[in-house]
Each structure stands twice: as structure tokens, then as C-alpha cells.
Ligand binder design. Structure first.
Ligand SMILES: O=S(=O)([O-])[S-]
Length: 273
């Protein structure tokens, strides 16, 4: 099964026309220079943190990233394909942001550049000059959840918070220096984002559903993945949609935001050994 937001390398290769779609390489400038899909432009908003998920913070973030998409020629009418080396967090975050900004035709290359190369796709090294556009966001509020909404409903309702960082981060044993406090949002279950992937691609929908079921999560729940600042959680967000869950929202502010609000509760799990 392929979800509508994924494009397989063989399909992209068979229909590829760099003039008909905007292909975005969401890796690093160095990786882009070392070889990218012919015609692809470089853009990464990975370094853009959301100030906070208040309405003002969301608005500021939307304006910031929209201007970056406009600078590379994104319009609402241009089909967009975004990729990185495999099915990872950077391309997923770009795709999530674009959908949140109201873009309705964005897809992620399943398996990324590795899959493209494996199908015999070429790469080129020249820098592709972007043609700037106007890109006005039409925010889709259903894709996002704010720290305030989460804090209002802790321990209540059918919402399930899913911490997709690594085990040390979840338990509060990591060395993340940019966050004021360590630990996780009370009540969040831990399922690392990489557990939804295999060989650079999403696992089957059934496998992802089994992982969620092992944590007591069903179709009746609203799923809220979070991580440090919304990239790994964007990958999990699409894993959950791929697996058929209808109600999924990304906490884009994630622990970076949560930990900065000292009035919000935080939980740490002490090691048992
Ligand atoms: O993936 S991340 O946003 O936690 S750095």
C-alpha cells in the first residue's frame, strides 16, 4: 500500500519532469552539492524552531517558513516532492509544514535518494537556481496541537501523547543543552520514531498498528506525536496516517517548547538498573 502523500522512486523516475513539479532536497547544503536529483532545489527549514505554539508563535513561524518556500518557487498550484537520503525526519518536517501551510499537493519520496539511486536514477551536482514565487499560507489548524491544548487535557479524554525521541530523552537522561528541563510530558508513552521504519522506508501499516496497539492505542484515540522540536514527530505523524489513523496532530513545539514553560508538569523515569 502506498499512501497518497508518498511517491515511490519508480513512479517518480517514470514520470519525472523537473518542469512539472518542484522537487525539494531537504538535506544539508553539503549533501546537495555532492549530488541531488536533477532539477531539485535545496531548501531546509530544519533549523527554524517555532518560538512557541501560541497563536502569535504559530503565526510568526508560518510567516518565516512561508517566505523561505516562496524564495524557492513554491506556489499552491505547484506539485511538490520532497526528499532526503531515506524516509527520515527532515523531509517529513518539510512535508508536514507545507501541508500545515495549506499546500494540497506535496509528496515525500519513499525511501529517499537511496531508493532513487537504487532504481537507476541519476544525480547532478550543479546548483539549480530557484525562481521565487508568492506563497500565501492558508493554515490548516487541524494538523497541529498547541502546548496549551495539551496542558488543558492531560489525563483526560482519548488523546494519546506519543514521545518518539530516544529512550534517554524520554527518561530525562539526555544531554540536550537547549532545553531548560529534561523528561517527558506526563502520561506520554514512548515509541521511538525509528521503530516505524525499516530499510529507510515505512514498515507495513499492519506493523505500525501493532506497535501502537502494544501501547494500548486504538482508532478511538487521537494520536499526538512529539519529539524535541517537531521533526522526528513529523515522521511519526505520517507513519500514523500511513497506518490509517484518522485523528493525528503534530505537537510541533514539542519538548523544546514544553520544557521552557516552567509551570507545565514534566515527568522523569529513573533508571531501574
Ligand atoms: O527531531 S527533532 O525535532 O527532535 S531534532
Amino acid at each position: 500500500m502506498t499512501a497518497e502523500f508518498l511517491i515511490e522512486a519508480d513512479e517518480l523516475l517514470a514520470n519525472y519532469d523537473p518542469r512539472g513539479a518542484l522537487v525539494i532536497d531537504a538535506r544539508t547544503p553539503q549533501a546537495y552539492q555532492a549530488g541531488h536529483i536533477p532539477g531539485a532545489v535545496f531548501l531546509s527549514t530544519y533549523g527554524c524552531f517555532i518560538p512557541d505554539s501560541s497563536q502569535a508563535g504559530l503565526h510568526a513561524f508560518a510567516m518565516d517558513v512561508s517566505s523561505r518556500y516562496a524564495a524557492i518557487g513554491v506556489t499552491h498550484d505547484t506539485p511538490v516532492v520532497v526528499y532526503e537520503d531515506a524516509t527520515g525526519m527532515r523531509a517529513a518536517r518539510e512535508m508536514w509544514i507545507l501541508e500545515w501551510l495549506g499546500h494540497r499537493n506535496v509528496r515525500m519520496l519513499h525511501g529517499g535518494l537511496d531508493a532513487w539511486r537504487a532504481m537507476g536514477g541519476d544525480v547532478e551536482h550543479r546548483e539549480v537556481k530557484a525562481v521565487p514565487s508568492k506563497f500565501e499560507p492558508t493554515i490548516n489548524p487541524e494538523l497541529v496541537i498547541t502546548a496549551n491544548e495539551i496542558s488543558q487535557s492531560l489525563d483526560k479524554g482519548s488523546r494519546k501523547l506519543i514521545d518518539v525521541r530516544d529512550s534517554d530523552e524520554y527518561r530525562g537522561l539526555d544531554n540536550t543543552v537547549c532545553c531548560d528541563r529534561r523528561g517527558h510530558v506526563p502520561g506520554a508513552v514512548w515509541l521511538e520514531w525509528t521503530s516505524f521504519l525499516q530499510n529507510g522506508r515505512y514498515k507495513s501499516a499492519e506493523s505500525i498498528r501493532q506497535l501502537l496497539a502494544s501501547k494500548g492505542i486504538t482508532d478511538q484515540n487521537e494520536l499526538v506525536p512529539y519529539c524535541h522540536r517537531g521533526a522526528r514527530s513529523a515522521n511519526a505523524y505520517f507513519a500514523f496516517r500511513y497506518a490509517g489513523y484518522a485523528r493525528v496532530r503534530n505537537f510541533i513545539g514539542s519538548m523544546h517548547e514544553w520544557s521552557a514553560h516552567h509551570d507545565l508538569p514534566i515527568e522523569v523515569e529513573l533508571p531501574t538498573d
